[in-house]
Design a protein around this ligand. Sequence first.
Ligand SMILES: Cc1ncc(COP(=O)(O)O)c(C=O)c1O
Length: 442
Amino acid sequence: MDPYEAFTKVRSLLKQHHAFFRECIPLIASENVTSPAVREALTCDFAHRYAEGWPGERVYAGCQYIDEVELICIELAKKLFRAEFVDVRPVSGVMANLAVYTAFTMPGDTMMALSIPNGGHISHGALKTKNGRFLGGTAGAVHGLNVDYFVFDKEEMNIDVDASAERIIETKPKLLLFGASVFLFPHPVRELSRVARDVGAHVAYDAAHVAGLIAAGYFQDPLREGADVMSMSTHKTLPGPQHGLIASKEEHAEAIKRSVFPGLTSNHHLHNVAALAIALAEFMKFGREYAGQVIRNAKALAKALHDRGFDVVGKHKGFTESHTLVMDVSGFKDTVGLGGDIEKLLEKAGIIVNRNLLPWDSSEGRSYINPGGVRLGTSEVTRIGMKEKEMERIAEFIARVVIDRENPENVRKEVADFRRDYQKVHYCFNSVTEAYEYIEIP
Ligand SMILES: Cc1ncc(COP(=O)(O)O)c(C=O)c1O
């Protein structure tokens, strides 16, 4: 392709992507949209610089303003997460997890976490599955950990405390890792941290999904419930730039700092640190109101889908206490298909969700390619101003496509129409620029 043609093509694709997101309903539980002030910071000159090391002790010159911004970012994060120590240098949630593994374990040690079908993330996984199949999870493949799994109660959609306690005593892991990608209810951190202490294990909590809920005082408070350390992404319920963060007790500061640099980062993407500082400042002001609405919206969407005939998981517990809800769509196998089919069908209607493994999928012979579940999250639709009544409209659109089997292209036109009124980012200092506006630099 001619270079100029490639340049104009990429630009045009970006503009098309923005136009697409302006018209669709974004329900991916791991995504969010940043404020205009955060987007502005992402374009600043920090993006061109290096600043290895800790503020004030950099390996590079030219870091005067970078250091000041990073120290503000650390201060805000310490306050929000009520943490003695914070490191804002991991460039993503996976890197934050890897830094935690490096700080608290040695290759060959055992870690206990949730398996992927039970909601765990690939970064928590072993190199191979129990039956020897290659899995390639970060914990095993990169840090050489053996990974044992918490016992999961499928009815409760949570870790089984008694059975997992027995397992911890039996296998004596060096690290327990709570947290998940399908995270409906708070994990039993308090109960199992006591058992961890008895076997000399440290306790970590992957807050990638629920960081914003925790910062706002909802869901749970891992560092007060017994966790030594919390790792996270900064762009899910915490609506910041794509980045990572670690918060811990002071006694672990040096081990974490060493693991992050020189262990896992050289450049730590300084424009993202600047953008994160702004996102944290906005969250400090508006976060409680935002996170409360995220959870109310998730409960409202779950109930609205259930009322229309969907099998939403966790009904006897109110469906969810977070931003996420999960539907078991295996009942549609003979009509519109399973999770993967439904994901594609809804995309045609401008409704963006993702297929997800359910804890009982493998025993039914289903894999992640076309699993029995669909995961939905309300972080982004809340951010663009939607409340409980809009959740009813969204459930109606989903039901028309999946249950009534209306032509998704027809539904798409109504989805775009519905979306017209929700173009601004809410819960931030400045919302003149629209959420999905493509910003051209002349
Ligand atoms: C529980 C959990 N941990 C870690 C990550 C990875 O985060 P990142 O994409 O920031 O590396 C995810 C991603 O969704 C996640 O769900």
